[in-house]
Every structure is written in C-alpha cells, then in structure tokens.
Design a protein around this ligand. Sequence first.
Ligand code: UDX
Length: 428
Amino acid sequence: MGSKIAIIGTGYVGLTTGACLAHLGHTVVCADVVQEKVDALNRGEVPILEAGLDDLVQEGLRSGQLTFVMGAENAVAEAEFVYLCVPTPQGEDGSADLSYIQQAAAQIAPHLLSEAVVINKSTVPVGSTRVVEKALGRSDVFVVSNPEFLREGSAVHDFLNPDRVVIGADDQGTAIRVAGLYLGLAAPLQVTDPASAETIKYASNAFLATKISFVNAIAAVCEAVGADVNDVVLGMGYDKRIGNAFLRPGPGWGGSCFPKDSHALVRIAEDAGYDFGLLKGVIDVNEDQFARVADKIERMAGGSVDGKVVAVWGLTFKARTDDLRDSPSLNIVGRLRQRGARIQAYDPSLEDASDPRLEGIEVTPDPYAATAGADVLAILTEWDEFKWLDFDKVGENMAQKRVVDGRNLVDRTGLVRRGFTYEGIGRS
Ligand code: UDX
C-alpha cells in the first residue's frame, strides 16, 4: 500500500518527484505558491518541457493519486512524508540561499502529523538537515536528506531508473521508512548520515563539472598542438577507469545546478577552512571557455563581429530542455552582442523572444531563417536535429559559408565538401 506524501514546491524536482511517486502508487499532494501554476497543473498542463512528465501528471490526476494545492500548509495535514523541493539559489557571496527552505519548514511546522518525516530534496549546504530541524522546532518529527540526481530533459527516466538512492538519516528506523517509498525501483540504496548525503550531492555535481572542464582544457591543448579531441576522448575512454561518458567538449557547462552548486561547494569548503583550489580552477576553465568560443566566432567572422550577422543554433543550456538558466549559449551571445554583432537565433524549444533573457536577440521560426544573410553560423546547443539539416540551403542563405560548431555536432567533412570554412572545438 502506498504512503501519503506532500511535496512542497512544483519546480523541475518537485513536480517530477510528485508525479513519479504517484506513479509508484503513493497518494501525493503537491503545493506551490503561484495560483495560475496550481490551476494549470490541476488541468494537467505541465509548464516545462520534460519527456514523459505530461503523461505521468495526467495519469496521477485521473487516478486521483496526484493533486495540486495552493500553500504548503494545505498539503501536509495528512502527510506521513513531506518532501522539501524549493529553490536554493546562489546568494550574493556564492553560498546557497536557504531562506525558501526555512520559510517552508516554518510554515508547515504547526500542521505536521506527529512522527512525520520531512525529506530534504533541494540541494542544500552540508548541515542543512539541522537547519530544517531548527526551523521546524518539532521534536516529534524526523528530518532526513535524500538528494536528487535528476538530469533535466530525462528527469522522469532518471527518477524511475536511478543509479542510486541516497538517504542521510540519524536513525535506521527513519531511513528504512523513507527507503520503503522507493520499493519497486531497482537501484542500490545507500543509507548514511545527513552530512555525508548532502556532501555526496555536491561532490557528484562538482566531479561532473570537473570532467567537462577537463575535456574543454584538453580541447584547448589539442587546438594548440594539432590533435583532435574527439579521437583523444575515444582513446582515453577505452581505459575502464576513465570511460567516455560526460567528456563531450563544448561551449562550457551551465544550467540550474552546476554553476550554483560548484560555487556553493567552494564556499562550503572555505567556511570549513579548506581552500578548494581545484574546483576554483574548474570554474575558471569554464568561464574561459565561454570567452574562447566567443573569440573563435569573432575570428571566424573575419576578426570583428561589429555590424555582422551571427546566426546561432541553440539557446538553451543543453538539448531536450527549454531551460535558459545559466546557458553557455546566452553567455556567448551576450559577449558577441557587446562587440556589436546582430544575432539571429533559432532554438527548437523556443517559439519567440518573449523571455526577457532573449532581449536584443532576433528569434527565428526555423533554423534556415536564422542563417539568412549571416556572416557566420555558431552551433551552441547539441540538438540532434541540427545534424540533419540541408546544408546546401544553409550555404545559399548565408553571406559567408562559415561555421563554428561549438558542440562538434555536425558532419565536418560534408560541410567542407560544400565549401564551408568549419571550426569545431579542439579540432584544428
Ligand atoms: C546536472 C546533473 O547531471 C544531475 O545529476 C544533477 O541532479 C543536476 O545537474 P542538468 O543540470 O540537467 O543535470 O545537466 P547535465 O545534463 O548534467 O549538463 C550540464 C551542462 O554540462 C550542460 O550545459 C551540458 O551541455 C554540459 N555538458 C554535459 C557538456 O558540455 N559535456 C558533457 O559531456 C556533458
């Protein structure tokens, strides 16, 4: 039999968690603070692009196992488990801002059942389980850490097929209760203390960011010495200790997690008396990468982009999402605009330029329109469909047949054969 669960916050993490737990047979009430969002969700309208999420939300609404309400206090009255899935944005000093978590905890505290378990899913600094305990002020309620490892775009798949489930709890009994929620998932379950669970999340994201910065640094070396980074990664990946996952060179890493979590971990270490120079270097390499790719586009445009038209394919921080948060593409576009470029951009997930972050960018309805009269084409997000476009048509559209492939995505040989000047990342 399923459990009664409340979810506080219906962003990527909260909504995916709620819909997947309802799918696993639990009865789930999700709370948010935005009335229009709650109404839309109750009609089965999902505000984000996330494969399979619409179906799960509609399935949960139909079976009655998933409902959406306004206000955290209205979701928890009958809940045996309460997931905190509110944002932990980056504060001004780089540390994570815990005010949403504290507010949510204080708000639900008087309404919680005795013996309820409050589960921290938001990415929070080490020690936050204690912060939540304090904000709740309820000795009859338990608090555990249960970090999420969901990738945007495949969050539903990742939730239902996790590499591991990590539970950080002070006592085994509570850990076993939480573990029971995930029965039916075939995944290793790790029970540890709250501080270790919180650290696992930060260490995992920091390590993944390190892999990408490492490969982007190797790509820079490849360009300088005349090697091809794609072959280098292939050769490295045969070593089982290295593997080739998450070693795709690109315009740098972005999104809602890596930038904020890497800065937060530097800060956590600093506060604890450790200078995490390695991770600072990883962040610096990433900033350099934005600059390097912008410079590459400028060189390709003949040394200056002032008054030139730059066609951009891909604005989101990665493919298969509509998320623009901390997008490397937008960072690079911003640099080019500052140097006087006119940007004509296409992204499969965006219909228009209504988002304020796209101000000053002409968003076109299809990839060919973006290339009209362009002096250079920059491919900045790895949408699969860019590979299969008609490059004869692209060439005819452009003022100059020049491509900077920031994701090493398209067929270099085919483009060169069509008379394009091509530059990728780490392939001189
Ligand atoms: C990430 C983690 O993968 C996930 O486990 C965690 O819970 C949240 O943060 P996400 O933000 O969805 O997930 O993005 P991810 O797919 O990891 O990509 C992050 C960034 O790295 C993107 O900008 C992506 O384009 C870039 N990237 C990724 C590369 O440049 N090369 C790669 O090989 C992989």
